[in-house]
Design a protein around this ligand. Structure first.
Ligand code: BGP
Length: 492
């Protein structure tokens, strides 16, 4: 195996799925706090015709598990020790923006939130783990949507600048690797949570579903994200030239295979890559706004105009590395309408993929697709690549012996990591593999506990009950061996 000596081995989680403590120490709600599963189109907000504003209105019949999540806010030390036990030398989590600026638009940060992450990042360093920190993992403060309409409003760039400047100044000595917006290329699939956009409703118009957004607002958010991303790179490098800023995109949309060699299907596959990944990747990495978007804007009936200064900013401030999630591949032809969930896009079933994750999720398993994705991304961007999500969710229960035999997860990571090795051998500069969900957390897509990714089990269930005790699964020991041998044990 060809993994470099300093290869980053570890795992990744997100504040909103792990920490809980949703209103503790000054934090205010963010977009994920009002959803049970980010695929849901039914946020817990309601229009108040008296104030002429949206406000918090949680559904009393729903279990918002992320409010307590797996109590990482109070247990991160013991959890990080368990991660260190596998030999992790890197760990990814996010900062909940609302812990630092609770409503998002304050002038001064919340010291309690800063202190929490200061302690957490010190703990990672003491345990020998390089922190890889996402600045927003679906965590735009709710107030920024209800008051300003969210990311379609350029005011958000101003609030974001204040937030990231605070983070770089406070944590820059402990955190070198920063990711801007988690899976921001899911903006059009999940405008409320990935885009942080809410079209402020016209009170006279009762036909708009709560939480809906117009296409114009979504494209305005796209515009503002491009500017904000470039600003982030610029600010980080001004504060400390050693800081490295990466984008984070869902790249299951790179492994989109044409159904057959019909040229029309080849073209559709190319368009799907552009419309799902490259339309963000190209500005972030190449510093250009792709010309193919002009056609899409025409078709969508929207106007998007970048000023010369903005284009210059985007051109000059490209990211230092490219990070991404990869869960699956899919197949397209000219007739299919691509669907999708948190695994990425889904089209036609691929008859060549015999392996499927067990039901009820049943995502196709395509480790070669990860090698393909790494090669495509490296050829296009020539930037160091970091895999910051790959994993499998299973419905698991603790056995009588106090453990879980999760052979399928072991098989899943072995096959994917082998393909990372093959991609490195192909010449790809891949710097690390951070498994998604090394400890069970609340599922982003469905908002439940039942969908478990961890090497470490957490005793909590869909109805909210559970002791929150941790237990080690069998895959924990295999990942430890892989890390200890720097991948070499996979050759046997
Ligand atoms: C990605 C998200 C993660 C994560 C993962 C698995 O899209 O960035 O937050 O949860 O998908 O998805 P799920 O939890 O829905 O199984």
């Amino acid at each position: 195996m060809v993994f470099p000596k300093d290869f980053m081995w570890g795992g990744a989680i997100a504040a909103n799925q792990y920490e809980g403590a949703w209103l503790e120490d000054g934090k205010q709600p963010n977009v994920t706090d009002v959803l049970v599963g980010i695929m849901s189109r039914d946020p817990g907000i309601a229009w108040n015709s008296k104030t002429g504003k949206y406000e918090l209105a949680l559904d009393p019949n729903k279990a918002y598990l992320s409010h307590t999540a797996v109590d990482g806010y109070h247990r991160y030390k013991e959890d990080l020790e368990l991660m260190a036990g596998m030999g992790f030398n890197a760990f990814r989590t996010s900062i909940a923006w609302g812990r630092i600026f609770p409503n998002g638009d304050e002038e001064k940060p919340n010291e309690a939130g800063l202190a929490f992450y200061d302690n957490m990042f010190s703990c990672m360093r003491e345990l020998g783990m390089e922190p890889v920190i996402t600045l927003s993992h679906y965590e735009t403060p709710l107030h920024l949507l209800t008051e300003y309409g969210g990311w379609s409003n350029p005011k958000l760039i101003e609030f974001w600048r204040r937030y990231v400047t605070t983070c770089f100044e406070r944590f820059g000595s402990k955190v070198k690797y920063w990711l801007t917006f988690n899976e921001v290329n899911a903006l059009f699939r999940m405008p409320f949570v990935a885009g942080g956009v809410l079209t402020i409703k016209n009170p006279a118009n009762t036909s708009d579903p709560v939480g809906s957004t117009t296409l114009q607002d979504q494209w305005d958010a796209y515009h503002n994200f491009l500017v904000a991303n470039a600003q982030t790179v610029k600010i980080a490098h001004q504060i400390n030239p050693e800081l490295k800023v990466g984008c984070m995109l869902t790249c299951s949309g790179v492994a989109i295979y044409p159904h057959n060699c019909d040229p029309a299907n080849i073209r559709v596959a190319l368009e799907a890559q552009r419309n799902n990944v490259f339309y963000f990747g190209d500005p972030f990495c190449l510093g250009i706004v792709p010309t193919y978007l002009n056609k899409r804007w025409r078709e969508d009936g929207v106007t998007v105009k970048f000023t010369d200064d903005e284009l210059e900013l985007i051109r000059k401030n490209t990211v230092d590395f490219f990070s991404f999630s990869y869960y699956r591949s899919t197949v397209v032809d000219t007739a299919i309408n691509l669907g999708g969930d948190t695994s990425g896009l889904s089209g036609i079933d691929n008859p060549f993929l015999k392996d499927k994750a067990p039901q009820p999720w049943g995502w196709p398993v395509d480790p070669d697709g990860l090698r393909y994705t790494l090669n495509v991304l490296y050829d296009r961007y020539h930037l160091p690549l970091l895999i910051v999500e790959n994993g499998v969710g299973l419905d698991e229960n603790l056995g009588e012996d106090g453990t879980i035999n999760d052979d399928f997860r072991t098989h899943y990571i072995e096959e994917h990591i082998k393909n990372v090795g093959l991609a490195i051998d192909d010449g790809v500069d891949c710097r690390g593999y951070l498994y998604w969900g090394p400890i069970d957390v609340v599922s982003a897509g469905t908002g439940e506990m039942k969908k478990r990714y961890g090497f470490v089990y957490v005793d909590r269930f869909n109805d909210g009950h559970g002791t929150l005790d941790r237990a080690i699964k069998q895959s924990y020991y295999r990942y430890k061996e892989i890390i200890e041998s720097n991948g070499a044990c996979l050759e046997q």
